[in-house]
Design a protein around this ligand. Sequence first.
Ligand SMILES: Nc1ncnc2c1ncn2[C@@H]1O[C@H](COP(=O)(O)OP(=O)(O)O)[C@@H](O)[C@H]1O
Ligand SMILES: [Mg+2]
Length: 333
Amino acid sequence: MSNAEQTYTQPLGLDVGTSRIVVARADDKKYRYDSQLNAFLTLPYSKLAESLLERENVFHQVQGSELLVAGNDAQRFAEVFHVETRRPMKNGVLNPDEPHSLAVVRSIVARLIGPAAVPKQRIFFSVPAPGESGEGGLAYHTASIRDMLNELGYEATPIEEGLSVVFGELGYSNFSGIGISCGSGLCNVCLAVLSVPVISYSIAKAGDYIDTQSALVTGDRATRLRVQKEQAFHLNGFSSDRVKNALNVYYRDVMTALADSLQSHIASSQKLPRIDQSVPLVLGGGTVMPQGFLDGFAEVMRNHELPLRLSEIRVSADPLNSTARGALMAALC
Ligand SMILES: Nc1ncnc2c1ncn2[C@@H]1O[C@H](COP(=O)(O)OP(=O)(O)O)[C@@H](O)[C@H]1O
Ligand SMILES: [Mg+2]
């Protein structure tokens, strides 16, 4: 039996993201990741469509009069059937306008991790921090995911996404510093001192905002902008290409909003402990992937005074997995 096929009984880290769900496992000091798109599509039920999906070995289920295809297969079959994929989550939490939301997330999660291999196997799962608009369904989201994991036999603990990044990236600074995850719906931020979160919040400007705003000004579809953004887009000031220029403008908008939020949250915090040493700031999540992001963000930060000193600003070496890895490291503690 290969390593991958052996039963895994160690703790797990789970990143329940708006666009992707990622699981991290620890094997002989190495981390392994699996992910699925957090997306689905539905088709009217027919015997023919069902047998086609079965023949193609596609992950699907029957829901009343519909066939539901979830995860990476949804993307593949959206093209085949000329339909749009839908998302069970929005802005970091279960989407209240989507009746299938919980069933879809449950089936993707069950597919990624299966039932617990041993009773009370530990799992830490990421949740967003509160945003400007308040609670926004966060308690419902957290309880739903926890119940779902408990039903699978796990002992599940939520961890805020920014704190996950601190756990995953800032071991070398005794888990003190600022962890930021920029995903599709949100940027999640956490300032931690010795692994204890001191300031934690989210802002609702991230990858989706860049896609939809750029689409508005170029007259394109947001999904097309997203593809262009993810392929060979560099952040570098002005470009003569309309699409690249729009993406640049809205990237800068997100970076400025993030820097402004850091300044206002940290400056206004009543509970900021005295931090004598300078601390690192690390960025993860898919939105920090384009070349030039780090330079652009560092430049924006130069115009922002913080009441603490930063030793460095850096981007995670593996931004797409930094939340899952951090949740795993917290579960292993
Ligand atoms: N190579 C890339 N370049 C630019 N943006 C990317 C890249 N890969 C992913 N993204 C963007 O990152 C976001 C998803 O990030 P991720 O951390 O997976 O999100 P979430 O936590 O929301 O599931 C999306 O907006 C996606 O378009
Ligand atoms: Mg994420």
